[in-house]
Design a protein. Structure first.
Length: 715
DNA sequence: CTCGGCAGAATTTTT
DNA sequence: TTCTGCCGAG
C-alpha cells in the first residue's frame, strides 16, 4: 500500500478510495477532513485516473485553496501546476473570462466589490427618487445578493418575493442594476456564479466540454454552499457524477449568506446511489473539550448526527467558564491569562481570542497593547478595503477598463482638480444621453467646448494623463504604470502633504500595493486577485496572539482558545436570532460549537455582567449556551473586581456574583405601534411603526425618529 | 468648489 | 465613543 494511504485510519481511507460515483464525507471537527481531501486529490493523480487539469476542486476560502494546493504538491513531490483549484468565485471568474462574449461581456470585465455595488445602487435609487434614508442602498444590495445566492435572475424573481423593500420596488431596481452592470462591463460577486450557470445552461456544447474535462470534482465545506453554488456543481457533475463533497452539518454557519444546510442533508436524494462516509475520530481536542462541544451541539435538532470519538487518550483540562463583573475586567482576565501562559513558555501564535462580532476585538486589542503582548487581527481591516488602496485601484481599473464608470467617478476629482458636483452632473447626463462611458463623454464634452473654468482644465489634464498612462502600461508593464500613475496624478503627493497621523501609513500601503503587483503577470490578473482574495496575508511566522471572529476561525485550530462575551444578545446574537428565529438560534449554537472545537488543549469561556455599549453600561445575562455545557466537562468560576485587582472566587458549582441571579428576560418584547416608550436622548414618545427591532417613534419633544428597540424602554 | 463643524445614529457574521 | 452625512461660510 502506498505510504500516504497507510497514514490514514480506516474511515479516512474509505473516503479516499471510494472514487466512482457521488460520495458525501461527513467530517466532524478535527477528524482529518483536509487530509482526506488532499490525499484523495493526490490519489486520483497518482493512480493515473486523471491529469491535474481534469480535477475540479472547490473551496470556500482562498486560504483553504492555498493550503490544499500546498499539501497536494507535498504528496506529489512536485509543484501542483495546472490545477482547477480555487473558490467558487475564482473558478467562476476563470470560466467567465474565457467565455465572456457568450455572457455579453468583454473579457476585461470588472469585478465589483460590495462598496461599488452600494454606490451604484445609490445612484439608481436616487434616480428613481427613493428615500435612501428610509431604504438604505446597502439593504437593497443584501436583498439582491440573496436573490443571486438562490440563483434568481431578475426575471425569475416573483412579485410575491418582492414585498419587503421600498414597497415592492426591489425587483425593478434589480433589473435596472443588472442593465447598468452590463453597460459598465462589470459583474458583482453573485454574478460570477450566476453568469456561469446561465452560460452552462444556454450552451450545451460548453457544458459538455466542461463535463468531459472535469472527471473528478471535489468540494470542501459543502454545508456552506448556497443554491447557486449547488446548481453550479450539479451542472458540472451531472455527467459522470464523480462528485465528492466534504462537510459537516454541525459547522454550517453561513445561512445569512444564503448557505443552505439542506444541501448537505439532501445529498442522498440529489445524487441517488451516493455513498456516505463518516469521519468521527477527532485527533485535535482533548476529551474534555470534545465532551463540552458535543453536549452543546446535542441541543440542536435537524442534524445528520455524528458522534465524535476522542482520538486522544488523556482527559485534559476541563473547559473553564469564567464570570466577570464587566467587559473591562473580561479583557483584563484574558490578558492576564495570556501573560501567564506566555510566562509558562506557551507560544502566542497558539492562542486565539474568538469573538462573535468584529467590534469586540477592540477591547482585547487595547488590553494586549498595554500589556505589550503582540497580537494580530485576522480578517479585520482588509488591505484592499483601505481608502488609499481603493483609490489607487480605481486609477488602475480605469486603465484596465475605460468603461468602468464607478472607478472613474472615484478618481475624477481625486486629488482635487476642480471637477465638482456640477461638472460631474453634466458629465453623467452626456454619458447617459449618448450611451457611452463617462470618460468618453468627458472627451466629447471638451471637444464641444461645453465645460469651462477649473472643471475644463482639470478634465483635460486627466484625460491627457490617462492617455499617457495607457502608453506606459503597454510599453513598460503594470508595475511601472502604477508607479507613474500614483506619482503623476498627484495622488501620492496628496498624502505627502497630509499632516494627519495616518498619512505615512497610507503612503506605506501604497508602496506595498505596488510591490504586490509585481507578483502578477498582468494588470488584469492582479485586479482579479484583488477582487477575489479579500483576506489579508498574515505572516503566520510571527509569534502573536490571534484575534478574530468565530466565523473567521473556521478551519483553524489553536492550543488555547478564549471565547469571551457569552451573554444573551451578544452570543447568541440578538439580531441573528430575530432574523432567523429558532433556526437562527441553532446556527448560533453551531457557531459556539465551531469555537469550542478550535481548541486543542484548553478553552476559556467568559461572560460579563455589565457591558459598555457607547458611553453607558448595560446589564447582561449569561448566555443560554453556558447552561448547555455538560457539568462534567466544565469548571465554573466567578471573578469579582475589587480595588482594581481581579480576585478569583472559590469555584462553586455556579458562580457567586449577585448579577448571576438575575432572571433571564423573556425574548425581547417588540414594541407595537401605539406603545409609549422612553429613550435616553429623545425622551418620551409614541411608537408609530414597528418592524422587528426597528421602531419609528414620534417623540414628544424630539420629533419622529427611527430607532432600534434596544435603545428604548417601556414608559 | 472646498472645507470645517455639527447633528444624529450606531452594533453580525463575508466569498 | 466614533463615524457619516449634511449644511453653511468663505
Amino acid at each position: 500500500m502506498a505510504d500516504y494511504l497507510a497514514r490514514l485510519n480506516a474511515e479516512q481511507r474509505l473516503a479516499v478510495e471510494t472514487l466512482d460515483g457521488p460520495l458525501l464525507v461527513l467530517a466532524g471537527a478535527g477528524t482529518g477532513k483536509t487530509r482526506v481531501l488532499t490525499t484523495r486529490f493526490a490519489h486520483i493523480l497518482l493512480t493515473g485516473r486523471a491529469w491535474p487539469s481534469q480535477v475540479l476542486a472547490v473551496t470556500f476560502t482562498n486560504k483553504a485553496a492555498r493550503e490544499m494546493r500546498e499539501r497536494v504538491s507535498a504528496l506529489l513531490g512536485r509543484p501542483a501546476d495546472g490545477l482547477w483549484l480555487g473558490t467558487f468565485h475564482a473558478l467562476s471568474a476563470r470560466m467567465l473570462r474565457a467565455h465572456a462574449a457568450l455572457a455579453g461581456l468583454s473579457p476585461n470585465f470588472t469585478i465589483l466589490d460590495t462598496d461599488d455595488q452600494i454606490r451604484l445602487l445609490r445612484q439608481l435609487m436616487e434616480a428613481a427618487r427613493l428615500d435612501i434614508k428610509r431604504w438604505p442602498p446597502a439593504t437593497l444590495a443584501g436583498v439582491i445578493q440573496r436573490w443571486k445566492d438562490r440563483g434568481l435572475t431578475p426575471a425569475r424573481v416573483t412579485a410575491a418575493e418582492d414585498t419587503d423593500f421600498a414597497a415592492g420596488q426591489a425587483r425593478a431596481l434589480y433589473a435596472d442594476y443588472q442593465a447598468r452592470l452590463a453597460t459598465l462591463n462589470a459583474v458583482d460577486f453573485g454574478d460570477l456564479l450566476l453568469h456561469v450557470i446561465e452560460l452552462l445552461r444556454a450552451q450545451p456544447d460548453l457544458l459538455a466540454e466542461y463535463r468531459r474535462r472535469f472527471r473528478y470534482i471535489l468540494v470542501d465545506e459543502y454545508q456552506d454552499t448556497n443554491v447557486a453554488q449547488y446548481l453550479w456543481l450539479r451542472l458540472l457533475a451531472e455527467g459522470h457524477r464523480n462528485l465528492c463533497c466534504v462537510g459537516d452539518d454541525d459547522q454550517s454557519i453561513y445561512s445569512w449568506r444564503g448557505a443552505e444546510v439542506e444541501n448537505i442533508l439532501r445529498f442522498e436524494r440529489d445524487f441517488p446511489g451516493a455513498r456516505i462516509v463518516r469521519l468521527e475520530t477527532n485527533y485535535r481536542s482533548t476529551p474534555a473539550i470534545l465532551a463540552a462541544a458535543a453536549g452543546l451541539i446535542a441541543h440542536n435538532e435537524g442534524r445528520l448526527g455524528k458522534t465524535l470519538r476522542p482520538g486522544i487518550a488523556a482527559a485534559g483540562e476541563k473547559v473553564a467558564v469564567v464570570g466577570v463583573w464587566d467587559s473591562d475586567e473580561e479583557a483584563r482576565m484574558v490578558g492576564g491569562r495570556i501573560e501567564a501562559l506566555r510566562a509558562e513558555g506557551h507560544k502566542l501564535a497558539e492562542i486565539a481570542v474568538l469573538v462573535r462580532a468584529g467590534f469586540q476585538t477592540r477591547a482585547f486589542e487595547e488590553r494586549l497593547l498595554t500589556l505589550a503582548i503582540p497580537y494580530r487581527i485576522v480578517g479585520g481591516l482588509r488591505f484592499y478595503e483601505r481608502q488609499e488602496i481603493r483609490d489607487a485601484l480605481a486609477y488602475l481599473r480605469v486603465l484596465a477598463q475605460p468603461a468602468d464608470d464607478l472607478a472613474f467617478e472615484r478618481i475624477v476629482n481625486l486629488p482635487r482638480r476642480g471637477v465638482g458636483e456640477t461638472a460631474l452632473r453634466s458629465l453623467r447626463e452626456a454619458a447617459r444621453a449618448a450611451g457611452i462611458p463617462l470618460a468618453a463623454a468627458a472627451g466629447a464634452l471638451l471637444e464641444r467646448g461645453a465645460l469651462r473654468g477649473p472643471a475644463r482644465a482639470g478634465l483635460t489634464g486627466l484625460l491627457r494623463d490617462l492617455d499617457r498612462w495607457h502608453g506606459v502600461l503597454d510599453a513598460q508593464g503594470h508595475v511601472t504604470a502604477a508607479e507613474t500613475v500614483l506619482d503623476e496624478s498627484g495622488y501620492s503627493a496628496m498624502w505627502q502633504a497630509d499632516k494627519s497621523a495616518d498619512a505615512p501609513g497610507r503612503l506605506e500601503n501604497l508602496k506595498e500595493l505596488v510591490r504586490a503587483m509585481a507578483e502578477f503577470e498582468t494588470l488584469g490578473g492582479f485586479l482579479d486577485h484583488v477582487a477575489l482574495v479579500t483576506e489579508t496575508e498574515t505572516d503566520a511566522a510571527e509569534d502573536r496572539v490571534n484575534l478574530m471572529t468565530l466565523h473567521g476561525a473556521k478551519g483553524l485550530e489553536f492550543d488555547t482558545v478564549f471565547l469571551p462575551g457569552w451573554e444573551d444578545g451578544v452570543f447568541p446574537n440578538l439580531r441573528a436570532m430575530d432574523a432567523g428565529g429558532a433556526k437562527g438560534l441553532e446556527e448560533e449554537r453551531r457557531l459556539a460549537y465551531v469555537g469550542l472545537t478550535r481548541a486543542r488543549v484548553r478553552a476559556i469561556v467568559s461572560h460579563a455582567a455589565h457591558r459598555r455599549i457607547y458611553a453607558n453600561w448595560q446589564d447582561s445575562v449569561p448566555s443560554r449556551f453556558l447552561d448547555e455545557l455538560p457539568e462534567a466537562a466544565v469548571v465554573r468560576s466567578g471573578a469579582i473586581a475589587a480595588g482594581g485587582m481581579a480576585r478569583i472566587a472559590a469555584p462553586p458549582p455556579r458562580l457567586a456574583g449577585a448579577w448571576e441571579l438575575a432572571p433571564r428576560p423573556a425574548p425581547a418584547a417588540a414594541f407595537a405601534a401605539g406603545a409609549r416608550v422612553f429613550h435616553e436622548k429623545f425622551g418620551y414618545g409614541t411608537v408609530t411603526a414597528a418592524e422587528d427591532h426597528r421602531l419609528e417613534v414620534a417623540f414628544d419633544k424630539a420629533g419622529t425618529k427611527r430607532v432600534l428597540d434596544g435603545f428604548v424602554s417601556a414608559a
